[in-house]
Design a protein around this ligand. Sequence first.
Ligand SMILES: Nc1ncnc2c1ncn2[C@@H]1O[C@H](COP(=O)(O)OP(=O)(O)OP(=O)(O)O)[C@@H](O)[C@H]1O
Ligand SMILES: [Mg+2]
Length: 361
Amino acid sequence: MQLQEIFCKNLRNLVEQKVVLNAGMNVFHGVNGSGKTSFLEGIHLLTTGKSFRNHLTSQIVTHDADELCINGLLIDRDQDSHTSLAIIKGRKTNQLKINQKKETKLSTLARIAPMLVITQETQKLLQDGPQWRRRFIDWGLFHVEQQFSNTWLDFNKALKHRNRLLQNGISKEDKHFILWTENVANLGNQLTKFRQHYLIELAEFIQHISAELLDNVKIEIIFKKGWKKDSDLKTALIESYSKDLLAKTTHVGPQRADFICKFQSRKANGYVSRGQQKLIIYVLILAQVCHLKQKIDKDVILLIDELGAELDESNLKQLLVILEKYLSQTFITTANAKLIPMHVLTQCKMFHVEQGMINAA
Ligand SMILES: Nc1ncnc2c1ncn2[C@@H]1O[C@H](COP(=O)(O)OP(=O)(O)OP(=O)(O)O)[C@@H](O)[C@H]1O
Ligand SMILES: [Mg+2]
């Protein structure tokens, strides 16, 4: 799917804008505060139902307006079927429509047009807590593994039950507690198998992309399932009972999963430079794009806020070539268009953003 056009009203400083988009690369440039990131935020809101910047609707809706409205038209690769999306968000409204029909499930929306975002925040994938890395793996599984969403939901329900029993000071011999511990173990094992399998498959794509973007530097992903390496989850849960009871929460299981990213056999976090970190993130995200394409033949729409930050000229050139090669549609913002070596692209549409107005160059 590709976004053909988008209309937004009352989205931060974009009061009313209709933009006809390019099927390939779209570059938005303009001075600081002109509205570039707001436009990407609008695309994200329309295709996922959520902002990547702020969850407070009141901050996204233009000051003094009651609600924002974004409409978009998606077209499939063969150009023979259209999907219209519409979102209205305000203090009193929160409405989503797919092909003019009301939709309440964000997961239905997310499956229509898989979307990934790279912003300054994405560095958190390497630097911050494990929830960012779990989110990375689970984004891929949500799209490629049919059973994943249900398993994830069931596991979280079971975990909540076990934690509630721990909060009530349950004995380890209680038959309900034994049952919920078994449920957590079984569902947790399934979830972990999905994650392990996904990362094994992704490794091939990571190697392939890093050969192109990082001069063959070896990037390894080492999965940590969330409990002791050689133990099975049921045993780990039983062994963790006293600690769990004291803290009133479950300490082992896929809710604690993580991965370590190694760059030239060293832990990337704390070793690589900011620019190298950025390149590793591009490798990981592009690997997901290629994996999705190969597994379910779906295109990902990629949003990149502030392309150019931290990358040197040669890496930027190489990155653009690779983005064009692997992605069907990309949206890029930059405060300085001169930094972007457009000549390496075969097809690109430029937009100038000025005080909330977006004009094709
Ligand atoms: N709710 C709102 N209503 C009106 N204007 C807003 C609202 N929220 C933010 N703004 C303004 O919208 C403008 C555009 O912000 P945005 O982050 O999109 O700029 P940008 O072009 O990405 O700038 P930069 O290059 O600095 O990243 C800013 O001047 C900001 O103050
Ligand atoms: Mg910005």
